[in-house]
Structures are given as C-alpha cells and as structure tokens.
Design a protein around this ligand. Structure first.
Ligand SMILES: [Fe+2]
Length: 440
C-alpha cells in the first residue's frame, strides 16, 4: 500500500522520560473478552505476519531499512518463545504478502537470505504475493512480478498445506497483481475441501488485502470480491495485510460470518484519520508487529499479538472457540457496546511553552480508554476566531512511548487563547472536551 499524507503541522513529543503512566491507554484492550483457559494445550503454533517490505538496501544515516533485521528477529523470537512452552513447535511462518518493496530480484535475494539463515527445516514457510511483489513490473507487464515470485520463492503461487491436522490455504493475486478475480474459483474450492476435511476445526486462510468492510482499514484497502467466497465458511480464520494498520487496534479483528484479522506490518504504520485512510502516524517507521497463533487438538485457537520494537506482547489476546457454530465473541457491535468513552485523567496536566522558533507548544496528558485512544482533535481559539485546528493518531501502537502529547500550534500574536482537546476511541466514542485557557 502506498499513499502520502503530510500532517506537517503536528509533531508529537519523543520524550521518553515522563512521570505519566505508560499503562493508561495501552493496557486494557481485551480484558472483557475470552482468554484461553489455563489448561489450553496447543498442538500447533505459527507466526502470522505481513508487509515486511524488504528493500535490499543497507540502512544509512539518511535512510533506515531495518526490515531484514526485524524478520530475523521475528523468526528467532518464535524459536525462543516456543522452546519455553510445553508445546515446543514453531510449525509455520506465514506471510500475507509484501515481503519485498517492489518484487525486484535483489529484494528477493535479501529476503531469502534472512529466511535461509534463520528459518529451520522443521518450520514450514507459507507465503503469497502482495501488491508490492508486482510494483516494479506494473508499467510494462505486472505478470512478470508473478514470474519473479515463482522463480525466487516457489513455482506455485498458491498453497494448500495441512500441518498437524490444520489446513492452511494461501492465495496470491491474479496475474494483474491487483485483483483475485481469476483466483477466486481456486480459493473457494480449496477452502471448501479444507472445511470438509476439518469437521468443526478452523481453517486458516491468507491473502494480501483484507476482505472489504471487515477489519480496520478494509474499507479503503480491502478487496471487494473476496467476501462473497469467505462468507460461506464460518470456521475460517483469515489473515491479511496491505493496510499496515496496527494489530493492537481492536478493529483489527472482525467476526461475523467468519473471522478476519489484519497482520499489521514489519515496516511502517498507517492509520485512518478523520475517517480517511492513508495517515502516517508520527514515528510510523517504528513498526514491527505480528501474531503468534496456537491451536489445540479440539479446534480452539489462541492468538497473541507481539511487538518486536519493544520485545513485548500487546494486550490484545484472542481466544476463538466454537467458530463453526458461529460463536463470535469479537463482533464489532459487541465490542463497541462493551467499551466506554475515552477519559482524560483527573489531574491531566496541560501547559504551553514557546520553542526556539517562537512557536507555541501545547502539552497534555493523553486520555485513557478501555481499548485505546485512537485519535485526538485539538482546536485553539482567540475569542471566537479559530487560530488552530488539527487531528492526529494516538500513540497506542508505540509501547516505548509515554502518554504525553505535544502539539505545535504555530506563531500566535500576544493575547488570550482557549484550547479544546478531544480524544476518540476506535468505535468513534469521544471524550469530554478538555478546555485550557492560556496567554501568549
Ligand atoms: Fe505493504
């Protein structure tokens, strides 16, 4: 996915030291939802990730390319984590496309080097194309991207494997690198046969874009043809990428006629802002998150979300059970109903100062929310005259950050001003407005 939106008026503090709690808006996202019972015993474990965007370039002072490192770290984390569990298998590494930035020869070489040096034979390598695997060829013939994938990764673009009794079906794009029209009959047939052989156990599927109008980011970045196939299979758990939207926004899991999850990214974040896709939250390159998926012999599934930037689990843990009977604990409406509104801490500190460029900087503590404070809106008035208005994503995806925000309001004439600050959660519920009077 590629888009640009420059939110240049806004910057947010990078200060790591603060007396404000780190936990406030990050720590409570799924406490109301089912967790795996203590006697949950996996017989299968895999990693689900997406959008790695290996460029094959060395990092420089001007340009960072940490994606190869993050992929290696993911693989090694999975082996370390698995070794400490009762069930020690790391059975599959699953990637829902965009492993390269452009599908170029040298990018695949760089990607394959990481895989070869880190992934052991005991772990299956399951992968499908993303739109970026076709980027370098689009102007001439996108199908050359498919040929490069076949040459560099595997001769078959699409995969149906059975691991420890669980079916995995991965579908690459059609030759145009944009749609699934030519692939849907195959995808449908393979899922149907997987479901038939699985009884009530889940079937895992993967493709690059999300089924449209399901998870966070799927309205703009989703595929419109896929849902009509998926909705026939209630026990299916689908993993996708493309949007680069954070996994620890609860909207990245969706259940209705099946289950869908967005895998986030190992490269850079994007989010919606003010209802529009394509916003780059500040520090958007500090992104490396994925799912650890475990299933037991009865078909129950636990999904954990992990942050490779801070080596910490996100709080989003899901326990999926009874899917074939449409037991969906994570329906959008259910999650929206069970959440509250963002609340600013009782003793929220707000202040202003002037920086060296004589810009006024507004500082405030972020709101708390059961899920996360997804975004903020700041307005500043001189009497009735608006002198500043901005909105920006919350920092919930950055576990290394505190919950403090700094907004550059710009150059203000001497006088009296009032700032209004509102927070919004993922379900469009807004906080009470904070009001702060100041003088320049
Ligand atoms: Fe991508």
């Amino acid at each position: 996915m590629q888009s640009v939106k420059n939110n240049a008026r806004i910057f947010v503090s990078k200060a790591l030291s603060s007396y404000y709690s780190l936990i406030t808006s990050f720590g409570k996202s799924t406490e109301a939802f089912p967790k795996a019972p203590a006697d949950f015993r996996p017989v299968l474990r895999f990693a689900a990730c997406s959008d790695i965007h290996v460029s094959g370039k060395e990092s420089t002072a001007e340009e960072r390319h940490p994606e190869e490192e993050r992929l290696a770290k993911l693989i090694n984390f999975m082996y370390d984590y698995s070794a400490k569990q009762e069930y020690k298998g790391f059975d599959a590494l699953c990637i829902a496309g965009d492993m390269t930035d452009g599908g170029r020869d040298f990018e695949y070489d760089s990607f394959n080097k990481v895989i070869k040096e880190n992934l052991k034979d005991e772990t299956k390598f399951l992968i499908c194309t993303g739109n970026h695997e076709y980027i370098a060829y689009r102007d001439k013939d996108a199908s050359e991207g498919a040929r490069m994938f076949e040459e560099k990764i595997q001769p078959n673009q699409d995969t149906h494997e059975v691991i420890n009794g669980y079916h995995f079906v991965l579908c690459s794009y059609s030759e145009d690198g944009r749609t699934f029209k030519a692939k849907l009959p195959w995808f449908d047939k393979e899922i149907a046969s997987a479901v038939k052989e699985s009884g009530k156990k889940p079937v895992f599927t993967f493709q690059h874009p999300a089924p449209q109008r399901t998870i966070y980011g799927s309205v703009c970045w989703g595929d419109k043809d896929i849902p009509k196939v998926f909705r026939k299979y209630p026990q299916m758990i689908n993993f996708s990428g493309h949007s680069h939207y954070p996994v620890n926004d609860l909207r990245s899991i969706w259940q209705n006629k099946y289950t869908a999850l967005g895998c986030g990214t190992l490269s850079y974040y994007e989010t919606d802002l003010d209802g529009f896709a394509g916003n780059f939250p500040y520090e958007f390159h500090e992104a490396a998150q994925f799912y650890i998926v475990e299933a037991d012999a009865q078909g129950n599934v636990r999904i954990l979300s992990y942050d490779l930037i801070t080596d910490r689990f996100f709080d989003n843990e899901y326990y999926l059970t009874g899917l074939a009977d449409k037991n969906y604990a994570y329906k959008f409406a259910k999650m929206k109903r069970s959440g509250g509104k963002p609340v600013f801490p009782q003793n929220t500190e707000i202040s202003t100062r002037m920086n060296e460029h004589l810009d006024t900087i507004l500082t405030f503590t972020g709101a708390e929310d059961k899920y996360c404070a997804e975004s903020y809106k700041v307005s500043v008035f001189a009497g009735l005259k608006s002198v500043h208005s901005s909105s920006f994503s919350g920092k919930y995806m950055y576990l290394f950050e505190d919950n403090k925000y700094e907004i550059n309001i710009g150059k203000l004439k001497p006088g009296k001003y009032t700032a209004y600050i509102k927070a919004m959660n993922p379900y469009a519920k807004t906080s009470k407005e904070l009001k702060y009077k100041f003088e320049v």
